[in-house]
Design a protein. Sequence first.
Length: 221
Amino acid sequence: AVVSTQSTGRINLSRMRAIVQKVTKASVTGERYPRVCPPDPSPTYPPSVGDRTTGSIGKGMCVLLGISRTDTEKEIQWMVNKLVKLRIFDHPESGKPWDADLLQCNYGILVVSQFTLQCVVNKGTRPDFHGAMHSEESIVLFRLFLRRLREVVPGELVQEGEFGAFMQVHIQNDGPVTIPIDSPESLSQQKVKPAKPQKQQKKNKEGDTGVENVAEQLEKL
């Protein structure tokens, strides 16, 4: 579970959570708006979502990422490693289902920060978001998450929603396939190796880009 509670209703544990969706295409549009509501809200507040697209991909995965108040760099690296090796696609050569990852297929990944994933509704009917990390801190980890992801996945294939914005996420789920992933509770006691960067790829005899070689290296982590 992302957040567990005791009989007192207090939050005693929270973990990073990602909701992964296999998509044929996905995009995010939105505008930044003030976090504090003005004294006299108007019908135009918050502003309606504009036509500005902050991120879009074709085939690949859309990831809604919920960062908890206890997450660290270890959770970031663990989640990146898990996502880039997640075999939810058909193999590009054999066509075998559930047998290929992002790198093997050269697909895109759209990441959207989603603090509401860290809510609990065990007590009462109003969602409790105390398990979510404050925005001033979570934006640092969100940027680190994207940076670590781009060290493995080609930069142009990594797209993002705008942190702190009022957004609409357009997801065309393929399947549908939706997979929740939580970081393990014992992660603080583990050593998490960083994913190896995608560089100095060697072309094979057929002249391919060598993405498969990087995937094989990640399997050894």
